[in-house]
Design a protein around this ligand. Structure first.
Ligand code: B3K
Ligand code: ZN
Length: 897
């Protein structure tokens, strides 16, 4: 931990390493209290580097021995600095032997080598390898690894490493060993080892080229009944990457290992993926539909990294989105393809856009805003953000929108052809896309270099005489830290036009007429019904000809670019689009626009002192909701999304000054009004979407349960005994976690007499299932009825622990970011709690603490009285001793002007 002023690292300062490493050989004597690591590196000077000094990084290590080319190095021959070991002027070829000692049992940061439930695990991305040994720990140094693990045979019967198992045996004295060799050159962040008492489900899987691969899912004993879904997901991922991108598994063995203490979701270590248990373990008893879907997507994500990240990796950490944005795009496409249907794809798209809007748009508008390829950072772990991941994925998706699926595939092929085995930059990916398609993608670079969410404003005009419909687009992008002015982006805007019967009008643009017209459009069909218009200038106009009546425009279909699109729709037009648009995304979008409009106007009313009662409501929203709710031609999953009101944070982002209490009151009021007005319809939807029989997590059944449980939650918002009983009987009869948890959540949010009892029964039944107990904490943390005192009381529960990230997140994060009305209590008690926990967590686990610190990012948007309390809390954290650079960076940037 460091207390000095944080040191900023700039992209422009990139210099290639002074030495390369060709081979790494390591020996581990695993012991929780003192693990001895012997490392042998063969290195050679990089002729292109001007640096003379050999620089290795190391943290929290005790250096025991250091030899260069067979000779022990005297203390004068090297310098141990702040996290570095430097050897001045070594020869061009170096064999370095290093012996270090670490203390895994005391490692609560969960970076490097640590112990979880008595077993050993590693996490090296981004800079954890330096907590294992001294090493040029940067992604552009790639080497082959051979690793010998030695440990007590009884305590640690299973010894796993990257690549292939080449030897194993007994050492006598109750110890044993295993040697693993990874034939592929890799950066140190992909190193991994696992040692412990684990069991696995395994299967042999035939690859497309006829080879057989051994697939294993490793878990703690007692969890073998929860690995089947992860195994299925892995096989589906392998198949999908072969089919969609022609990419094959390059190893004979592929392992997934589940660990309970983990900072994030999972890690793509070569051949040895390490996963948070949350993204592996599932069966109907403990996992919800959402868990099943998340497991599929995370298993896919880590597997897809084998090509996008591992075979082609990042030159430096500024290029992180090169692998993360691309791999998120791939996992999103994989999940969509697994659902298979068009409407299923749309549902997936809506869910992904929802995440983007709820989390990334606020980030892009706040003090931590950064480009998809950042220019600087203090702590790289703070940059595993929704911008790098989700916006990065949107940027990749835009290539596919611009080039078409085939064009995109050609670009991918060229990317691998050029860069397999290399550590490259985002620009290399863009160049592959441009060269493979012959398109000029120079301006597209701005998506990587400029932060902020672009706004696109649309104006339209219909000329009855000439039958010309004109669309004018104006783009702008608000300033972000360090970037006061922005240049116009290259934005693909997919549009359609609806006639008065709701049908798509064939689109034809006027040739050679208005600015940017013909080159801004591509479609092979002479008169397609969706066109991608390409915006490249600040303002641009497109004329559609042969439009026989005043149309309703459908704009930014399928969310073709990560922008805010503004157009002055009337309520009637929104209702019309909601009922008729052939683009399902925009059907959903129209409903959200309508709901958001109502919510914002109600918030204004409340702030002017109006009481929330029925007189404030017209029927437009209720009517539109009724139409959707009762339209059984629509997938239940789609209806669920369409009938979910924009979240409180999405509403907050729309306001100049945020009043969380008003937003909360309005959203609850609107939900209750919709529950009341559509009571019979909700009940009917509830009945119609029961899924009797054996549980299956497939998209169709999950969609039904989603709609049914949404109906239940609306009905429970009425807080009447009928609803209470319905939830209670669902709870009692449930044969799966989705139904059980939904019922419990609905009860806990109500004043049902059985709520305490249900909570207690749930706890007793699942006491030994950590992931379910996380749900138990989190459900209470986000309940309307839980205030900060109740959260403090839950922290005293024997099952609570701050050291386990899942548990800490389930209570603390859920409360601070999922329960805005209580967290933003006017007396500032929520903020004081937050400050206290950031400081406590900082000492245990800087990464987890820094994530929590981010909760206050948008403090300047709140009402002055709240702002004062928020600032105080931020300053309390800033004044705390021994802040990690992780937390310091977040707090400093939040407080900066
Ligand atoms: N690449 C890892 C993330 C590592 C985070 C380090 N703080 C997981 C993933 O994106 O697949
Ligand atoms: Zn990833």
């Amino acid at each position: 931990m460091r207390t000095d002023t944080p040191h900023t690292i700039y992209r422009k300062d990139y210099a290639s390493p002074s030495f390369f490493v060709d081979t790494v050989e390591m020996g581990f004597d695993l012991d929780p209290d003192a693990t001895i690591v012997a490392t042998r590196l063969t290195m050679r000077r990089n002729p292109a580097s001007r640096g003379k000094t050999l620089v290795l990084y190391g943290e929290s290590l005790r250096l025991v021995a250091l030899r260069m080319n067979g000779k022990a190095l005297s203390k004068r021959a090297y310098t141990l600095g702040h996290g570095t070991l430097e050897i001045a002027n070594p020869p061009d070829e170096v064999v370095l032997e290093i012996e270090t000692v670490t203390q895994p049992s005391q490692n609560t940061s969960l970076m490097g080598l640590y112990v979880s439930n008595g077993n050993f695990f590693t996490q090296c991305e981004a800079e954890g390898f330096r907590k294992i040994t001294f090493f040029p720990d940067r992604p552009d140094v790639m080497a082959t690894y051979k690793v010998m693990l030695r440990a007590d045979k009884e305590k640690y019967p299973v010894l796993l490493g990257n690549g292939n198992l080449v030897e194993q045996g007994d050492l006598g004295d109750g110890r044993h060993y295993a040697v693993w060799e990874d034939p592929f050159r890799k950066p140190s962040y992909l190193f991994a080892l696992v040692a412990g008492n684990l069991v696995c489900q395994e299967e042999t899987f035939r690859l497309q080229d006829g080879r057989d691969a051994l697939l294993q899912v490793w878990v703690e004993e007692g969890n073998l009944d929860k690995t089947q879904h992860a195994m299925e997901s892995l096989k589906n991922s392998i198949r999908w990457d072969e089919e969609r991108f022609g990419l094959e598994l390059d190893l004979d063995r592929f392992m997934i290992v589940a660990v309970s203490d983990f900072n994030m979701g999972a890690m793509e270590n070569k051949g040895l993926n390490i996963f948070n248990t949350k993204y592996v373990l599932a069966n109907p008893r403990i996992a919800t539909d959402v868990d099943f879907a998340n497991i599929e997507s995370v298993v896919g994500h880590e597997y897809f990294h084998n090509w996008t990240g591992n075979r082609v990796t990042c030159r430096d950490w500024f290029q992180l989105s090169l692998k993360e944005g691309l791999t998120v795009f791939r996992d999103q496409e994989f999940s969509a393809d697994m659902i298979g249907t068009d409407s299923g794809r749309a549902v997936k798209r809506i869910e992904d856009v929802r995440v983007l809007r709820q989390a990334q748009f606020p980030e892009d508008a706040g003090p931590m805003a950064h480009p998809v390829r950042p220019d600087s950072y203090v702590e790289i772990n703070n940059f595993y953000t929704v911008t790098i991941y989700e916006k990065g994925s949107e940027v990749v998706r835009m290539y596919q929108t611009l080039l078409g699926r085939d064009g995109f595939r050609k670009g991918m092929d060229l990317y691998f052809q050029r860069h397999d085995g290399q550590a490259v930059e985002c620009d290399d990916f863009r160049r592959a896309m441009a060269d493979a398609s012959g398109r000029n993608l120079d301006q597209f670079e701005l998506w990587y270099s400029q932060a902020g969410t672009p706004r696109v404003t649309v104006a339209t005009r219909y000329d009855e005489m000439s039958n010309i419909y004109t669309m004018s687009f104006t783009q702008s992008c608000p300033p972000t830290p360090g970037q006061p002015k922005k240049l116009p982006f290259h934005i693909p805007v997919a549009v359609g036009l609806l006639d008065s019967s709701g049908r798509d009008i064939p689109l034809r643009l006027q040739k050679g007429g208005t600015e940017g017209s013909s080159e801004g459009v591509h479609a092979n069909d002479p008169a397609p019904t969706t066109m991608v218009l390409e915006l490249t200038q600040q303002t641009q106009t497109f004329d559609f000809v042969g439009v026989l009546e005043q149309p309703v425009p459908s704009l930014l279909r399928n969310f073709s670019a990560p922008v805010v699109l503004e157009y002055d729709y009337t309520d009637a037009e929104l209702g019309f689009l909601m009922a008729n648009d052939s683009d399902p995304f925009n059907r959903w979008e129209a409903g959200q626009r309508l709901a958001l409009r109502r919510m914002l106007s109600l918030v204004r009313e409340v702030k002017q002192g109006a009481a929330l009662d029925a007189s404030l409501l017209d029927t437009a929203l209720t009517d539109a909701f009724r139409v959707t709710l009762t339209d059984t031609s629509l997938d239940p999953a789609f209806r669920e999304l369409a009938l979910t009101l924009p979240s409180e944070s999405v509403v907050a982002e729309q306001m100049e000054v945020v009043d969380p209490q008003a937003i909360h009151a309005v959203r609850r009021f609107l939900r209750r009004s919709l529950a009341q007005a559509l009571r019979a319809e909700w009940l009917a939807a509830y009945e119609a979407n029961l899924t009797p029989g054996e549980y299956s997590p497939d998209a169709e059944s999950a969609g039904k349960r989603g709609l049914k449980n949404l109906a239940l939650s609306y009905l429970l918002d009425l807080d009447e005994s009928d609803g209470h009983q319905l939830a209670q009987s669902q709870y009692d009869a449930a044969n799966n976690m989705t139904d059980r948890l939904s019922a419990l959540g609905a009860l806990v949010n109500s004043s049902a007499p059985g709520r305490e009892d249900a909570l207690a029964r749930f706890y007793d039944e699942f006491e030994n299932e950590a992931l379910v107990i996380d749900k138990w904490f989190s459900l209470q943390a986000v309940s309307y009825n839980t205030d900060v005192e109740a959260v403090r009381a839950l922290m005293r529960h024997p099952a609570f622990s701050l050291k386990n990230p899942n548990r800490a997140r389930s209570l603390i994060f859920s409360f601070c970011s999922g329960n805005p009305a209580q967290f933003h209590a006017p007396d500032g008690s929520g903020y004081a709690y937050w400050a206290e926990l950031v400081i406590t967590l900082n000492a245990l686990n800087p990464q987890v603490a820094a994530r929590l610190a981010r909760v206050m990012d948008r403090w300047r948007k709140y009402e002055p009285a709240l702002q004062r309390n928020m600032r105080n809390a931020l300053e309390d954290v800033a004044a705390a001793k021994s802040l990690s650079k992780d937390v310091l960076e977040v707090i400093t940037k939040s407080l900066a002007n």
